[in-house]
Design a protein around this ligand. Structure first.
Ligand code: SAH
Length: 345
């Protein structure tokens, strides 16, 4: 309780204090106190608005082998697909008509889409919808590639750091990947003028309160405009198939902590949260989240972009998704808005 009070008063804690706060997350009253403060801060900076981002999952090919992820290269059972530029633009057209003003292009790390192809797609979207923001979420690239995408018009970039602890990073990824490179990517993106999103999974295998504390210290240092956190959920075709899923209450607790740590941050109530709890996203908004990312991918491909088991919203048309989310957002006293929704300065 005392640490929660200190966090509210100073918007920061030391690493050891964060770890102690996380360990005491289920002490009576603590989560409620942080939730109230988080809701107050969100309201102060963003009113009751919840921004929607249209997620276009344009490829599930990936050259990486992250141990937790269902579309990792080594999963021979994954049915692979790629969207053409025309198909991506069709998703944007549908999204635009439904009021979306941010398009998020997410995919595995798929070398088939060369830098030139990605830049060309970004340019085409910005030409057609100059008032819309384009967000990329396509993994680790060189600074030069990031520069090219930025010059093509990309506004934002999502790259979760996954865990800020070196050793833990090594337990979730093959030796070919490193936290150092991941962090460097985030610093490069920031320097190039992107609005940057970092983040991590809650309850990934072997995660400790100390690891989460390091995540929070790293976020405070990086000062990203967006932070994506969601519970880890096992995928049956990975080596983590039998690991337990992350905790919904702890995810909600951390949403509040992050809102207080970075009051102006854009914070999604993730699909993973909605997958583990039918009202997970609503609870996320009550805990301080102010973004939702409904799917604009073609319905025929949605099941194929399977990062984890039982992912929700894979059978619906985009218009249905929008309507459903609108009702969910309103059920917690917020309003779903179709604006670019940049972070407040
Ligand atoms: N290739 C891109 C996009 C990754 S998918 C990149 O590297 O950034 C987006 C996010 O989904 C990942 O960053 C990861 O945090 C999350 N994710 C992957 N597998 C997951 C799982 N099994 N459970 C929960 N979240 C998962």
């Amino acid at each position: 309780m005392e640490l929660a009070r200190k966090l509210i008063d100073t918007h920061d804690l030391t690493k050891d204090e964060f770890a102690a706060l996380v360990r005491a997350a289920d002490e009576p009253g603590t989560a409620e106190m942080l939730r109230e403060e988080a809701a107050k801060l969100r309201k102060q900076y963003y009113g009751n608005k919840v921004f929607m981002r249209g997620l276009i999952e344009f490829t599930n090919y990936c050259k990486n082998n992250c141990y937790y992820c269902g579309i990792r290269a080594g999963n021979k059972n994954a049915e692979r697909y790629r969207l053409t530029k025309e198909e991506i633009l069709e998703c944007c057209a549908q999204g635009y008509a439904l009021g979306f003003r941010t398009f998020v292009l997410q995919g595995g790390e798929d070398p088939w889409y060369t830098d030139e192809k990605i830049a060309d797609i970004v340019r085409a979207i910005k030409d057609a919808y100059p008032e819309c923001a384009v967000t990329l979420s396509i993994g680790e690239k060189s600074r030069e590639s990031y520069r090219l995408f930025r010059e093509a018009g990309a506004d934002r970039y999502l790259l979760r750091h996954e865990t800020a602890n070196e050793e833990h990073y090594g337990m979730l990824h093959p030796a070919s990947m490193s936290l150092k490179v991941r962090k460097q990517c985030l610093y490069d993106l920031r320097e190039l003028g992107y609005q940057v999103g970092a983040g991590f999974m809650v309850g990934s295998p072997w995660q400790t309160p100390e690891h989460i504390a390091e995540d929070l210290v790293f976020l405070k240092e990086l000062q990203p405009q967006m932070v994506g956190i969601g519970p880890f959920i096992p995928h049956h075709d990975t080596q983590f198939a039998d690991k337990p899923a992350g905790s919904v209450p702890l995810t909600l607790f951390l949403l509040s902590v992050i809102r207080i740590l970075l009051p102006k941050v854009l914070l999604p109530a993730t699909t993973a949260l909605g997958t583990l709890d039918p009202r997970g996203r609503e609870k996320g908004m009550q805990a301080g989240a102010n973004v939702v990312m409904p799917n604009l991918s073609p319905v025929r491909n949605r099941k194929q972009y399977e990062l984890y088991d039982n992912k929700i919203c894979t059978g619906e048309e985009s218009a249905q998704c929008r309507g459903c989310l609108e009702r969910r957002v309103e059920s917690v006293g917020c309003v779903l808005v179709g604006e670019r929704g940049d972070a407040v300065k």
